[in-house]
Design a binder for this molecule. Structure first.
Ligand SMILES: [Zn+2]
Ligand SMILES: [Zn+2]
Ligand SMILES: [Zn+2]
Length: 482
């Protein structure tokens, strides 16, 4: 019993780090505890790393730590694994949840054991998530990984950090890695997930970007409205009462006296001869005078000059998982999931290549023994509308209900598969067209009665041998009418 408990507590560890004193110290402590070392060194050896439940990163410096963290978090396979960072001192530039736990020297076996124990809840949550469908594109997997990361770390809110290396001035580095995008661009991906209803947002800041290169590094400066030069000077103006001439003070100054440049008279007393009514800007390049300078933007990255109203404004959001996202994370659902993917998770359905082979055999058998069978091709034409109206979760519920209805009317000898066109294929053994028609009608009637939202079904029945005499004929009839 005691041994079993020990075994249960043992966690497999992969240690990443370059050789050195710190690395040696961690190795020594790892040897004393129950954890099993699955691999170690400065490089990721995938075969070993895949089997490790926990990653430990040993880093002497911040940049070394960042390199290791990036390698792990950006891995499609390893990105979600719990991670302990061990450094000689506290690192200011790296924070949770980039790592899950941080340890500093001196390190004790007690401390390490406690850290490993602390990661158990994350491990347990991760174990509940089913593997992702093979049909998902890499980005779909990465998006679900991001949701799973937030959920497994129980991050109630995710707030982007100021980041001068990000083109939008903010970033979530760990999210960038999980999503496999460049620095800062994870926020744009996350806004897409927000549009899809997976993330809830709250405005945090607005950043001005260059409309040409989408970079935040913009110099806002005052320029001459005539020639755009930043070489401008703000000067006081003088108004000569007698001739009403108003011009910059500089044009009145002659040998420490004010002489009106228009009428040539000397100005003696302020308030009597002249007034200083305001200020103007004088351009040192074109010499023009203007009442006000203009604000102009210079992209420090690409050099583009534009007025402020042309700056591209992006909202920086803080994020929370929506209820739909929690569902998607736990079930591994993505809107990229096909009907086949979804039904596969509920039903024991045959892959199409196998189904096709079986169908060929069934055609031969049917012809030899003159016993009929029917093939139903069932399409749900409004599946994408259903998702728009009821959301991914609603669609899943409906498909699950449909699966139950299918189960009611089909026999265990009947086969279900999906055509490459994503239609449901049902092979009814020893059923002629009349029987197939009866089954479809019952199925549709039942669906209409039970389902909250109406599926728009379209079906087609082919019976062998009455309508199709061989396999190619059957295939032809099946693809007709599309
Ligand atoms: Zn630019
Ligand atoms: Zn000018
Ligand atoms: Zn004058």
């Amino acid at each position: 019993m005691a041994k079993q408990t020990l075994l249960q507590q043992s966690q497999s560890i992969y240690l990443m780090g370059a050789e050195g004193d710190l690395y040696e110290e961690i190795c020594a402590i790892l040897n004393q505890i129950e954890g099993t070392l699955f691999g170690n060194g400065p490089r990721l050896v995938m075969e070993q790393a895949q089997n490790a439940e926990i990653f430990m990163v040993s880093a002497e410096t911040e940049s070394e730590a960042l390199n290791f963290l990036e390698a792990l978090r950006s891995s499609l396979v390893l990105g979600l694994r719990p991670l302990i960072l061990v450094t000689p001192n506290d690192l200011q530039g790296i924070s949770f949840p980039y790592y899950d736990l941080a340890l500093t020297l001196p390190l004790s076996d007690y401390e390490l054991k406690r850290a490993l124990k602390g990661l158990r809840p994350i491990q347990e949550r991760l174990q509940q998530y089913p593997p992702l469908y093979d049909s998902y594109a890499e980005m779909a997997c990465r998006e679900i990984n991001l949701l799973r990361f937030i959920l497994s770390r129980q991050l109630s809110e995710v707030i982007p950090e100021r980041d001068e290396t990000s083109p939008v001035g903010y970033s979530l580095p760990w999210a960038d890695h999980l999503l496999g995008v460049e620095r800062g661009l994870g926020l744009i991906e996350m806004d897409r997930l927000a549009t899809a209803g997976l993330l809830l947002t709250q405005e945090e800041d607005v950043v001005n970007l260059c409309p040409q290169c989408n970079d935040y590094r913009i110099n806002f400066r005052q320029v001459c409205p005539h020639c755009g030069s930043p070489q401008i000077k703000r000067v006081k103006t003088i108004q000569h009462f007698t001739c009403a001439h108003t011009a910059p003070e500089t044009s009145f100054i002659h040998n420490y006296e004010y002489i009106c440049p228009k009428c040539g008279k000397k100005l003696k007393h302020i308030g009597v001869d002249y007034a200083k009514p305001g200020e103007v800007v004088v351009c040192a390049r074109c010499g023009q005078v203007a009442p006000e300078a203009e604000v102009s933007c210079l992209s420090l990255k690409c050099g583009y000059i534009f007025p402020p109203h042309q700056a591209k404004q992006v909202v920086i959001n803080r994020y929370r998982l929506s209820r739909l996202a929690e569902q998607a994370a736990i079930q591994g659902l993505h809107s990229g999931a096909t009907l086949a993917d979804v039904l596969h998770s509920f039903l024991n359905i045959y892959a199409y290549p196998f189904f096709e082979k079986y169908l060929q055999l069934e055609v031969k058998r049917s012809l030899r023994y003159r016993s009929p069978f029917s093939l139903i091709r069932l399409a749900i034409r409004n599946l994408s509308n259903i998702e728009e109206t009821y959301g991914l979760e609603g669609k899943m519920t409906l498909i699950k209900e449909l699966q139950e209805i299918l189960g009611t009317y089909l026999r265990t000898t009947d086969l279900v598969s999906f055509s490459p066109h994503n239609e449901i294929l049902i092979l009814l053994v020893e059923a002629d067209e009349t029987r197939a028609e009866t089954i479809v009608q019952r199925l549709l009637k039942r669906s209409q009665k039970v389902l909250d939202a109406p599926f728009d079904f379209k079906y087609h029945i082919v019976c062998v041998p009455h309508q199709a005499q061989d396999f190619s004929h059957l295939q032809k009839l099946l693809t007709q009418g599309e």
